[in-house]
Design a binder for this molecule. Structure first.
Ligand code: S3P
Length: 171
């Protein structure tokens, strides 16, 4: 079984993926970490040295590589993954277990104030400009996210509650 978590930066894909992996005893893969290990460079450095387009090409290459594998896994994607190169279509030809971890803009802002430094797309955005930036960005990306087979609303839920909900959907 392949389970794929999608959602905006800071939506908790990695945290939920790791917890789900423990509960289901299925291997966890973080797409950003996978790309970093393949290219031997951090996502920040890839953006800085090769540009976003190169990152998007690599992201597509490795999503395809992973989705075509026979093995089971839980994959936490990057925030932009489903929005480029028909990656979501590709994901959905290999699994129906794709989950959009949905949060409101204010909750994403709260999380990204803490986590923005490691994320090239938001690291230069001033804290006060984050709500507007995320609002616009999410508006552009929502069309893709909302095509997920399952939409999991995560606001006000603990990681354990979110994982329990996902496990319920898998039955
Ligand atoms: C990106 C999100 C990041 C990473 C890259 C681009 C995006 O992953 O893939 O910085 O386009 O939203 P996280 O969602 O894990 O932060």
């Amino acid at each position: 079984m392949k389970i794929v978590l999608i959602g905006y930066m800071g939506s908790g894909k990695t945290t939920i993926g790791k917890l789900l992996s423990k509960k289901l005893n299925i291997n966890f893969i973080d797409l950003d970490a996978y790309i970093e290990s393949k290219l031997n460079a951090s996502v920040s450095d890839i953006f800085k040295e090769r540009g976003e387009l190169y990152f998007r090409k690599m992201e597509h290459t490795y999503v395809q590589e992973l989705m075509e594998e026979k093995k089971s896994f839980i994959l936490s994607t990057g925030g932009g993954t489903p929005c480029y190169a028909d990656n979501l279509g590709l994901i959905q030809t290999h699994t129906k277990h794709d989950f959009y971890l949905k949060l409101t803009i204010p909750n994403l802002v709260k999380r990204l104030i803490i986590g923005k430094e490691s994320r090239p797309l938001v690291q230069n955005i001033a804290e006060t400009d984050l709500p507007e930036f995320i609002g616009k960005h999410l508006f552009e990306r929502n069309n893709f996210y909302m095509q997920a087979n399952t939409i999991t609303v995560c606001d006000d839920k603990t990681p354990e509650e979110i994982v329990a909900e996902i496990m319920q959907q898998l039955k």
